[in-house]
Design a protein around this ligand. Structure first.
Ligand code: NAD
Ligand code: IPM
Ligand code: MN
Length: 375
C-alpha cells in the first residue's frame, strides 16, 4: 500500500459544496499535522454535472471514481432539476456511482453526542449515549429492480387516468448474504448484536431476507446475537427505545427511511455521516464512497447556515474504513465532540432557548482549532 491516498471529491449541489469546503480544510490539517498525503481530484456530480455535461455523472467521472481509493460526495439535487427527465435527474448520478462501484453495504451510524442530548426531539434519557449502526443494502431492492416504469394501463378501462407506475422489490440470496456478512462482521467489533428488519409478513422478498440472514448467522456467525423485526415495528422501536439496538441490517428502501428517522435521535440530519463499501480492490482497500446522509438542503443553500459535521464525520469514516487510520478518525471525532461540548452550534442545532448560531465556515474553523489544541 502506498502512503498517498487518492481521493475523488464530488461536492455536488446545494449545500454540498459548502460543507465539502470544510472537509477540504480538515484534509489539509491532517496533511500538515499528521504526515498524511492525499492526492485530491475534484469533479462534478448531480445537477452541477448536468449543467456542464447534460448528464448527472459523466463517464470520465465514473472512471475516476472506479480508480481512486475513496470518493467523498457532498449532496445532489434541487428544485431547479425537478423538471428534468427521470433518467438525467441529479439523484441518478448518485445511484450510478453506488451501483457501478457495487457499494452494497451502506454504514449509517447514529451516535448522540452528549452535548446534543437535550436538543434531540426525544427525551435526554432516551438518546443520551446512543450508539447504533444501520447497515443498509445499497445496490439492489426496489431502487434497481426490474420491471420498472410508468406505462399506459391499456387493458384496464376502470383505471381513472389510464396509467400504472411500477417498481420491483427484488433480492437474490447472494445479495442478502453479503450485506448480512458485513453487518455481522461490524457487530463483532461493537456490541455483538444484529437486528434484521424486513416485512416478511407481507413480502416474499422479506421472507427470503429473513431466511438468508438467519442462514449466514447459523453457518458463519453463531457467536453474534441475531433478532428479527418487522420494519414498521422497527421504526416505532427506534423512537421508543433506540438503545435496544446495536447493529440494524435492512434493505435499501427501509434503510433509507429508518436512517432518516435515526438522524433525529442524534439532534439533526446535519450530524449523520455514512460510508458505502463494496468488495476489496487489488490494493486491499474496499471500494468506497463517503457522504453525509442529508441532501442538498435547498431551503438553506447559499446562506452559509449548513452544518458541515455530517460531511466531516464522513471523512472520519474514510480515515477509518479506507485508510486504516483509526486513531486519526477518533481524533477528528473527539474534536467535533469538544466543539459541541463548548456550545458551538450551527442553526440546525439551536434549541428553543436560542443563542447565536455559527456559520458553516465558522464551525469548520472551530473544528480545526480543536484539532490543533488536541485533547
Ligand atoms: P435534505 O436532507 O436536503 O433536507 C431536509 C431538511 O434538513 C431541510 O430542512 C434541510 O435544511 C435540513 N438539513 C439537511 N442537511 C442539513 C445540514 N447539513 N445542516 C443544516 N440543515 C440541514 O432533504 P430533502 O429536502 O428531502 O431533499 C432535498 C434534495 O436533496 C432533493 O433533491 C433530494 O433528492 C436530495 N437528497 C440528496 C441526498 C444525497 O445527495 N445523498 C440525500 C437526500 C436527499
Ligand atoms: C440517501 C438519499 C438517496 C437515496 C437519494 C438522493 C437517491 O435519500 O442517500 O439517503 O434515496 O438513497
Ligand atoms: Mn435518504
Amino acid at each position: 500500500m502506498s502512503d498517498q491516498y487518492s481521493l475523488l471529491i464530488l461536492p455536488g449541489d446545494g449545500i454540498g459544496p459548502e460543507v465539502m469546503a470544510e472537509v477540504v480544510k480538515v484534509i489539509g490539517w491532517f496533511e500538515s499535522n499528521r504526515g498524511m498525503s492525499f492526492d485530491v481530484n475534484q469533479d462534478l456530480v448531480g445537477g452541477a454535472a448536468y449543467d456542464a455535461h447534460g448528464v448527472p455523472l459523466a463517464d470520465a467521472t465514473m472512471d475516476k471514481a472506479q480508480s481512486v481509493d475513496a470518493v467523498l460526495l457532498g449532496a445532489v439535487g434541487g428544485p431547479k432539476y425537478d423538471v428534468l427527465d427521470f433518467s438525467v435527474k441529479p439523484e441518478r448520478g448518485l445511484l450510478r456511482l453506488r451501483k457501478e462501484m457495487d457499494l452494497f453495504a451502506n454504514l449509517r451510524p447514529a451516535q448522540c453526542f452528549d452535548a446534543l442530548a437535550d436538543f434531540s426531539s426525544l427525551k435526554r434519557e432516551v438518546v443520551a449515549g446512543l450508539d447504533i449502526l444501520i447497515v443498509r443494502e445499497l445496490t439492489s431492492g426496489v431502487y434497481f429492480g426490474e420491471p420498472r416504469g410508468i406505462h399506459a394501463d391499456d387493458n384496464n378501462p376502470d383505471n381513472e387516468g389510464g396509467r400504472v407506475g411500477i417498481n420491483t422489490q427484488r433480492y437474490t440470496s447472494g445479495e442478502i448474504r453479503r450485506v448480512a456478512r458485513s453487518a455481522f462482521e461490524l457487530a463483532r467489533r461493537r456490541g455483538n448484536r444484529v437486528c434484521s428488519m424486513e416485512k416478511a409478513n407481507v413480502m416474499e422478498s422479506g421472507i427470503l431476507w429473513r431466511e438468508e440472514v438467519q442462514w449466514v448467522h447459523d453457518n458463519e456467525y453463531p457467536d453474534v446475537e441475531l433478532s428479527h423485526m418487522y420494519a414498521d415495528n422497527g421504526a416505532m422501536q427506534l423512537v421508543r427505545r433506540p438503545q435496544q439496538f446495536d447493529v440494524i441490517v435492512t434493505d435499501n428502501l427501509f434503510g433509507d427511511v429508518l436512517s432518516d428517522a435515526a438522524a433525529m435521535l442524534t439532534g439533526s440530519l446535519g450530524m449523520l455521516p455514512s460510508a458505502s463499501l463494496g468488495a476489496k480492490m487489488a490494493n486491499g482497500r474496499p471500494k468506497a464512497m463517503y457522504e453525509p446522509v442529508h441532501g442538498s438542503a435547498p431551503d438553506i443553500a447559499g446562506e452559509g447556515k449548513a452544518n458541515p459535521i455530517a460531511c466531516i464525520l464522513s471523512f472520519a469514516m474514510a480515515l477509518r474504513y479506507s485508510f486504516d487510520q483509526g486513531d486519526a478518525a477518533a481524533e477528528l471525532e473527539r474534536a467535533v465532540e469538544r466543539v459541541l461540548a463548548k456550545g458551538v452550534r450551527t442553526a440546525d442545532l439551536m434549541g428553543p432557548e436560542g443563542g447565536t448560531p455559527v456559520s458553516t465556515v465558522q464551525m469548520g474553523d472551530h473544528i480545526i482549532a480543536a484539532l490543533s489544541q488536541g485533547v
